[in-house]
Design a protein around this ligand. Structure first.
Ligand code: MN
Length: 203
């Protein structure tokens, strides 16, 4: 098999009460696994994809069928998502904190814009904080399992942070209240990782 389901970088209950053990178990073991398995089905059907990294595949996704687009996106997005969170969260620091201040006027303003994008994404999708080609921080959203690495999305860039606004990400705890989930989620954002991504993107 080309791609393997990466293990969660913490225990299933590590992000409680923000994300319940039950949500985490289904989200990782069922949803993320299904994206991984179906991505592998797509890769098996196309020898040209075999041996490519997921990032390479995403960078030319416009030439791929929906099977590879949806599940390649789902595979990458969830791995990125797990790694963006930790118990206890934290606060932005260093160059990232300065960029958030100068771009958005502070962390609260960034959260507000991000939550509005996430709540406004009709149906399923993701909200993102990215660095665009000009080196500027930007809040965006994508439908389905699209992401900012795909060559044909409206807002391309280097993802720093992403939140999954599919109902499977929050329904067991927050029911239909996506806004409540978006608001609570900041408690588990690993700002150290986001800052490292920012520093790497600016190099
Ligand atoms: Mn998901």
């Amino acid at each position: 098999m080309a791609f393997e389901l990466p293990p969660l970088p913490y225990n299933y209950d590590a992000l409680e009460p923000t994300i319940s053990k039950e949500t985490m178990t289904f989200h990782h073991d069922k949803h993320h696994k299904a994206y991984t398995d179906k991505l592998n089905e797509g890769v098996e059907k196309d020898p040209a994809l075999q041996g490519k990294t997921i990032e390479d595949i995403l960078a030319s996704i416009s030439s791929q069928p929906p099977l590879v687009r949806n599940n390649g996106g789902g595979y990458w997005n969830h791995d990125f998502f797990w790694k963006s969170m930790k118990q206890g969260g934290g606060q932005p620091s260093g160059a990232l904190a300065e960029a958030i201040e100068s771009t958005f006027g502070g962390l609260d303003k960034l959260k507000e814009e991000f939550n509005t994008k996430g709540a406004g994404q009709f149906g399923s999708g993701w909200a993102w904080l990215i660095v665009d080609d000009a080196g500027t921080l930007k809040v965006t959203s994508t439908p389905n399992q699209d992401n900012p690495l795909m060559d044909d999305v409206k807002d391309r860039g280097t993802p720093l942070l992403g939140n999954d606004v599919w109902e499977h990400a929050y329904y067991l705890t927050y029911k239909n209240d996506r806004a409540a989930y978006l608001k609570a989620w900041w408690d588990v954002v690993d700002w150290d990782v986001v800052g490292q991504r920012y520093d790497a993107a600016k190099k």
